[in-house]
Each structure stands twice: as structure tokens, then as C-alpha cells.
Design a protein around this ligand. Structure first.
Ligand code: COA
Length: 180
């Protein structure tokens, strides 16, 4: 159920925290991520996060692991779940840069969408992405996300204000594209 063509999604393990900390302290990766993750991100903070998600039964944070080498390369999951309106807001990062642009992120998101639509019966999945993150936008489009709106000059980074896109995919669209 949680396995794609290149990766599987699994629960986080304490052993992942050291690599997770390294991934999340990388400036190139952080450029694409929402502000709010402390910097520098300490192993202690990472361990606290691990304890928090492990204690929460309603947690949907997954580690992304490659199928061929069993390597932990990043994470994805639901950041916000609105049961009343049936909307899940998701996020993803591939922290090992050797795996960027090789289909791993798209595959991980595909597995996450399958879980959310086919197991959780959610009606809409949405996410936020900075306009300069072209690789991410392309990856999301490959999974059927559509751009729904532009938050103009939402975020100041690298000396200028940048737009942020809201992208979404509906359950009907997901099932149409997956012919189930
Ligand atoms: C965004 C992310 C999850 C995408 O996963 P990925 O495995 O790198 O992406 P994929 O290889 O599956 O797909 C990327 C697509 O964009 C293309 N691409 C790669 N680099 C690109 C670039 N610099 N500009 C435009 N397109 C690019 C690829 O060619 C590919 O398209 P194709 O399959 O048609 O050739 C991953 O790159 C990542 O985590 N990056 C750092 C953190 C981040 O940006 N998180 C998302 C925050 S919203």
C-alpha cells in the first residue's frame, strides 16, 4: 500500500534523525521550504519532533526510503487535516540532493496521494510551493496537481519578494487519472 516504483513511505525511526538534521540544515534545501524550521536545527530538536510524532496517533509523517538501497532520503506527509471539508494539506522534501530530479519525489507524492485518496477518503489535497521552485511545480503537475492561485509577493527570500502558488488535486481528478 505504501510502496511506489522507486520509494516506499514508512514510519520515521530514531536512527533517521541524524540524517534528517543534516538534510534540514542544508541551505539549498531550506531555500525551498517554508520558514519556521529553526536554524541551525539541532539533533535535540529533531529528537523532540520524533517523540512528538511518535506519541501522536493522528500523525501522518512518513520517511521516504529508496527501494533499491533502503536509504532514507527525505520525508513527506500531511501538515494539516481538515476533516469537515475533507481537505489535506501536504508537504514533501527530498533531503539527499543526489536524488533530486530523478523521479523519487514524484514517486513519493504519488504514494502519498494514493494513501490519502484511496485509504483516507479525502476529497482534496493541496499544497503551497514557491514560484521559483520549478522542479517542485513540475513534479506536482506530473501527479495531477493544478495551480489554483497565486499569493503575490508572499515571501521575502534572497533579497526579493517571491510569489507562492497554491496547488491542488481533487479526488475525482485523482481517480480519473488513475482509472480506478
Ligand atoms: C520538490 C521535490 C520533492 C521533487 O522531487 P524530485 O525527485 O526532485 O522531482 P522529479 O525528478 O520527480 O521531477 C522533477 C521534474 O522537474 C524537472 N526538473 C528538474 N530540475 C529542474 C529545474 N531546476 N527546473 C525545472 N525543472 C526541473 C525534472 O526534469 C523532472 O521533470 P521530468 O520528469 O519531466 O524530466 C524535490 O526536488 C525536493 O524535495 N527538493 C527540495 C525541497 C523542496 O523543494 N520541497 C518542496 C517544497 S514545496
Amino acid at each position: 500500500m505504501y510502496t511506489g516504483e522507486k520509494v516506499k513511505l514508512r514510519a520515521y525511526k530514531r536512527e533517521d534523525m541524524e540524517l534528517a538534521q543534516r538534510y534540514l540544515n542544508d541551505s539549498e534545501t531550506r531555500r525551498f521550504l517554508a520558514p519556521g524550521i529553526p536554524y541551525p536545527y539541532t539533533l535535540e530538536e529533531e529528537n523532540k519532533w520524533f517523540e512528538k510524532i511518535s506519541a501522536n496517533n493522528d500523525n501522518y509523517s512518513f520517511a521516504v526510503e529508496t527501494l533499491d538501497e533502503g536509504r532514507y532520503i527525505g520525508g513527506c506527509g500531511i501538515n494539516r487535516l481538515d476533516w469537515k471539508n475533507s481537505v489535506a494539506t501536504v508537504g514533501i522534501f527530498i533531503g539527499d540532493k543526489n536524488y533530486w530530479g530523478k523521479g523519487y519525489g514524484t514517486d513519493a507524492m504519488k504514494v502519498l496521494l494514493k494513501f490519502i485518496f484511496e485509504q483516507m477518503n479525502i476529497n482534496k489535497v493541496k499544497l503551497f510551493v514557491y514560484s521559483f521552485n520549478e522542479r517542485a511545480v513540475k513534479s506536482y503537475e506530473k501527479n495531477g496537481f493544478k495551480r489554483e492561485g497565486v499569493l503575490r509577493q508572499e515571501m521575502f527570500r534572497d533579497g526579493k519578494y517571491n510569489d507562492e502558488y497554491v496547488m491542488g488535486i481533487l479526488k475525482d481528478e485523482y481517480f480519473q487519472q488513475n482509472c480506478i
